[in-house]
Design a protein around this ligand. Structure first.
Ligand code: SF4
Ligand code: SF4
Length: 323
């Protein structure tokens, strides 16, 4: 069995708190959520990734909405600069804080002087349900004046031509726009997506079809990880499946010891995919749906069931990803 890939890309989730609560948030962030990564934890994760990947290490800082805790974000960037840790590839934001041009200029200049290579602004119909277009536009334009257009990404640029006006849409128009967006820019049905109304529209596959796919490749070939505000490590975008905790063990040790084929629950995902967990779940009372949108949908639904039963605690968690 080949050893899985060397991690070289890491997302640091500053917090689960967010000004939005998007239907497709992998981490189920919202204004009610909490958590704030310790500065030492963020710095040690950053240093560990450099030890693992050297000059290929790529860090991005995300959330939740990291600008809610601007002074904390600034301290992490200050420490990174002092310690000579190099570039932060991307800082992500939903722009909800961007009201005032002078404040935006100050913050973007700070990022620019602290080795932040790019600013990524999330804007699509799901974000537009919570964040005004005027803020996104003001931030994108102001940041481009300071950093240059090439260093400001809007995801997705295609939606920037006009105000999507989602806040004023009725439910039917909103659903139509959401469905169109998922068709254009497919997302995994993980996290919040599994409990949003759209899931039924995209649930077209029977279990037999999904059971052809295991997650061996997802674990073996993922070069990216995310670190949550409590130090939990997730592989790729498999939010809510804890493969280690950097407050207990350095990241490079977690990488060295990680054997997906030998860990509870993950071994089944690795060999058989999430449908391998169905029989056990059904015995405990899980009600199988007739149709799912794909393997991540069934995986998230099953993990939610196990989480609610208090099972597989060290791996299926943390609470923030499940309620
Ligand atoms: S997708 Fe981004 S902006 Fe939306 S709730 Fe999640 S963290 Fe917040
Ligand atoms: S099915 Fe589960 S383990 Fe597999 S890729 Fe999706 S979220 Fe990750």
């Amino acid at each position: 069995m080949p050893k899985f890939k060397l991690w070289n890309s890491m997302g640091i989730l500053l917090t689960y708190k967010c000004t939005a609560a998007c239907s497709f948030c992998y981490y189920r962030c919202s204004p009610a959520k909490e958590g704030l990564i310790k500065i030492d934890t963020a710095i040690s994760a950053w240093q560990s990734l450099i030890k693992l990947a050297g000059s290929s290490a790529k860090i991005h800082i995300t959330g939740g909405e990291p600008f809610i805790y601007w002074p904390h974000l600034a301290k992490i960037l200050d420490r990174g600069l002092e310690l000579g840790l190099g570039t932060v590839d991307v800082v992500e934001t939903n722009a909800s804080w961007a009201n005032d041009k002078a404040d935006i200029i100050e913050k973007i200049k700070f990022l620019d002087s602290h080795n932040v290579h790019k600013l990524k602004i999330s804007y699509d119909p799901f974000h537009a349900e919570f964040v005004e277009y005027s803020k996104v536009k003001l931030l994108a334009d102001t940041a481009a004046e300071i950093m240059g257009k090439d260093r400001v990404l809007v995801r997705w640029q295609e939606y920037m031509a006009n105000d999507l006006n989602v806040m004023n849409m009725d439910e039917d128009a909103k659903m139509e726009l959401f469905i169109d967006s998922i068709k254009k820019f497919p997302c995994r049905f993980n996290g919040q997506a599994v409990i949003c109304k759209l899931v039924d529209y995209f649930a077209t596959k029977e279990v037999e079809e999904i059971s052809k796919f295991n997650c061996g490749n997802s674990f073996l070939s993922s070069k990216g990880i995310h670190i949550d505000p409590y130090g939990n490590v997730f592989s790729g975008t498999c939010s809510g499946i804890i493969i280690g905790n950097i407050e207990k063990e350095p990241l490079e040790e977690i990488w060295r010891k990680f054997e997906p084929s030998k860990m509870d629950v993950i071994n089944v995902l690795f060999r058989e995919g999430p449908t391998g967990l169905l029989e056990n779940a059904a015995k405990l009372g899980y009600q199988k749906r007739r149709l799912y949108s794909g393997k991540c949908h069934i995986c998230t639904d099953l993990r939610q069931f196990f989480f609610d039963k208090g099972l597989f605690g060290p791996i299926i968690g943390p609470k923030a990803c499940y309620n």
